[in-house]
Design a protein around this ligand. Structure first.
Ligand code: NAD
Length: 262
């Protein structure tokens, strides 16, 4: 199937590792020019090198979502790109914490980066997409907005705010051929997931394999997803083939979210 991605430009945030990296690699292998965004330039250069080796095309933009000036610079860059057809709005996971009792400063700092920061960047991209009568906005969320994860109160709450924004936006920009969707990972085997499992094993003084086995037991597929499996959904929704799909939350979770409706 030709996804129609040749000649498209995709800006992928959090492209230095995990879900963002896998998405960037797959978009590049489908022929899109990819703008790789994250904080660490040297790591992005490594991803860029791999894309080049595979015959793809990529450039780098450094941005820290916690830094307002850095976000502004990225928005300015988006305004000047020759074109931007696809935005993958992805970020690091927010600080863990259980409700109640999370400090107001934590809420404010995380809201500024994860919600306001992403909205600024999404708006800058959508502005260009509307003018071109084509666009794909993909926001990486979490299963926690369907089934809240007790230890991740900030994530559950702020990603739900973002979900509200994306759904609202999707209606406004649909007449311009711009689609806006969220993709919800369940448990995908990224460096972040490995670090969380290693932390759990250390805290409980058990083998990491035991932690993983317990986690897998709650997933009908009986395993974590691969970053490539996750990226396949993002890439499809970014493609010409997904032209009539907007405002949805697509789950990539091996069946882990048990509810019928999102
Ligand atoms: P990850 O930690 O492996 O990668 C996160 C990416 O975001 C990296 O490229 C990192 O450099 C970048 N990043 C982090 N903080 C940033 C900042 N302040 N400014 C700019 N870039 C920043 O995470 P992942 O596993 O690839 O997950 C991606 C997102 O999906 C995260 O928000 C995560 O919480 C969420 N998520 C992941 C899973 C999973 O199973 N992997 C499940 C649910 C939700």
């Amino acid at each position: 199937m030709d996804l129609g991605l040749k000649g498209r430009t995709a800006l992928v945030m959090g492209a230095s590792q995990g879900l963002g990296e896998a998405t960037a690699l797959q978009l590049a292998s489908e022929g899109a020019h990819v703008v790789l965004v994250a904080r660490r330039e040297n790591v992005l250069q490594e991803v860029q090198r791999r894309i080049s080796e595979q015959g793809g095309s990529a450039e780098i933009a450094v941005c820290d979502l916690f830094d307002v000036n850095s976000r502004r610079a990225l928005c300015d860059m988006i305004g000047k790109l020759p074109r931007i057809d696809i935005l993958v709005a992805n970020s690091g996971g927010p600080a863990p914490g259980m409700a109640p009792g999370i400090a107001s400063e934590v809420w404010a700092k995380e809201f500024d980066a994860m919600v306001l920061g992403l909205i600024e960047i999404i708006d800058a991209a959508v502005d260009r997409m509307k003018g071109a009568n084509f666009g794909r906005v993909l926001v990486i969320g979490s299963s926690g907005i369907v089934v809240p994860i007790p230890k991740l109160a900030v994530s559950n709450t702020l990603r739900s705010a973002l979900a509200g924004y994306i759904k609202t936006l999707s209606e406004q920009v649909a007449p311009f051929g711009v689609t806006c969707n969220m993709v919800l990972p369940g448990r995908i085997d990224t460096p972040r997931t490995k670090a969380i499992d290693a932390g759990g094993a250390k805290a409980e003084r058990v083998d990491v394999e035991e932690i993983r086995a317990r986690s897998w037991a709650g997933i009908p597929m009986g395993r974590y997803g691969t970053p490539e499996e996750f990226a396949s959904m993002v890439v499809f929704l970014a493609s010409d083939k997904a032209s009539y799909i907007t405002g949805i939350q697509a789950r990539v979770d091996g069946g882990a979210m048990k509810s019928v409706n999102v």
